[in-house]
Design a protein around this ligand. Structure first.
Ligand code: GTP
Ligand code: MG
Length: 371
């Protein structure tokens, strides 16, 4: 785990990036809400019991919970959200509770009868998930190694078997009673304590991932926009009618510039140094070659037609370059969320849950964008 100054610098760069692209990323989590732990799972698996044990001695009703209930503990400052048991009717409420959470405890029984929709939702959630198996007093089990955003699987005994208690009275009476042993939450408490010391780092990574996903979806959507034919036709026509030479060159540069300005307004193209370099190169190539084709006068109509065709082709090419830049340019920037996630990954010690988790968030090189 890296030092505090590293996380401070990551957080500063994340904020700068969010601010720069806020107009099209939308308003995200402003980072002032308390760190939130959501507890989810099927009905009756022991979610409320677990929470009550974790934040003991705060009182919390056991039994069916009608909707997400949140409890704030000041030390450490955490908002704990107990959600209703997962049934499809409650899905929107649970999804909105997860939307505001930073990490989640997913409670299951043994054998695991977790609803598949919930398992899928948590897999795609992106933020750290701790799977908590409530042994209900049963035998310990071999735990799967964590993978993806599931950072750990922990078995707990919420209520071990009731133990018979034998009482012998002086008058010779023997009385049997049953007692419930205290829950053994040591491994889970240790893990939660470790997670809570990394509150700021977890939140920075969560927010970077949300931005990276949003950017990729946005760029993907822009990449699907059809090429606009009006600029292609206008440029072809103008170049067919132009006398050639320097005049064609000027005409080509100005029509391409107008196309780019219109395109940037339509697509909210975030111009960056990388992007501008690429687009300028495409523009120069298209315009310079248009003027270079020579004077129309010498060969008459054929040359004029050639000019026009070439002009249309370069205008089409320019739009394709602009779109490709939109798809890739965002993540090329040094302060793009994908780049920052990679830098974080390089700083983490292999084998730790943080390392495994961040690795699962990184897109493979040349990954297809998430639709
Ligand atoms: N014997 C035994 N009972 C348990 C255990 N965990 C929970 N229970 C009981 O199971 C019932 C349901 O527990 P809750 O903690 O309310 O479960 P929940 O997941 O919050 O349930 P919903 O909010 O309705 O989805 C309660 O009566 C608990 O006492 C356990 O480990 N052993
Ligand atoms: Mg409950």
């Amino acid at each position: 785990m890296s030092d505090a100054s590293f996380w401070q610098s990551m957080e500063t760069r994340r904020q700068a990036h969010a601010q720069r692209y806020q107009s099209w990323l939308g308003k995200g989590n402003d980072g002032t809400s308390p760190f939130t732990v959501a507890i989810v799972g099927a009905p009756g698996v022991g979610k409320s019991t677990l929470l009550r044990q974790l934040i003991h001695p705060l009182p919390l009703a056991v039994g069916a919970t009608p909707w997400p209930v949140s409890i704030f503990t000041p030390e450490p400052p955490v908002l704990w959200t107990d959600t209703p048991g997962w049934i499809s009717d409650q899905a929107p409420a649970i999804q909105s509770a997860l939307g505001q959470a930073d990490i989640c405890l997913w409670v299951v029984n043994q054998p695991d009868t977790a609803p598949p929709e919930l398992a899928v939702m948590l897999k795609d959630w992106g933020r750290p998930v701790v799977k908590v198996i409530n042994l209900q007093g049963g035998a310990p089990l071999a735990l799967d190694p964590p993978h993806g955003n599931r950072i750990a699987t922990v078995a707990v005994r919420l209520f071990p078997h009731r133990q018979p208690l034998r009482r012998e009275w002086p008058d010779g009476r023997v009385e049997w009673d049953t007692v419930t042993l205290a829950a053994d939450l040591t491994p889970l408490k240790t893990l939660v304590a470790d997670l809570l010391t990394h509150q700021r780092a977890i939140r920075t990574v969560n927010q970077l991932l949300a931005m990276a996903v949003q950017e990729r979806q946005w760029a993907h959507k822009q990449g699907q926009m059809p090429v606009a034919w009006a600029p292609v036709l206008v440029k072809s026509l103008l170049l067919t009618l132009s006398p050639g030479g320097w005049f064609s060159l000027g005409l080509s540069v100005s029509t391409d510039l107008v196309t780019l300005i219109l395109l940037s307004r339509r697509l909210h193209l975030p111009f960056t140094r990388h992007g501008i370099n690429r687009l300028l190169a495409a523009l120069l190539l298209s315009s310079a070659t248009a003027g270079w084709l020579g004077d129309v006068g010498e060969f008459g109509g054929i040359m004029a037609l050639g000019h026009g065709l070439w002009g249309g082709l370069t205008s089409y090419g320019l739009q394709r370059v602009a779109r490709t830049y939109l798809q890739q340019g965002l993540t090329w920037q040094a302060d793009g969320p994908d780049q920052l996630l990679r830098q974080i990954y390089q700083q983490l010690a292999p084998g730790t849950w943080f390392h495994t988790w961040v690795a699962s968030l990184l897109p493979p090189p040349n990954a297809a964008p998430t639709p």
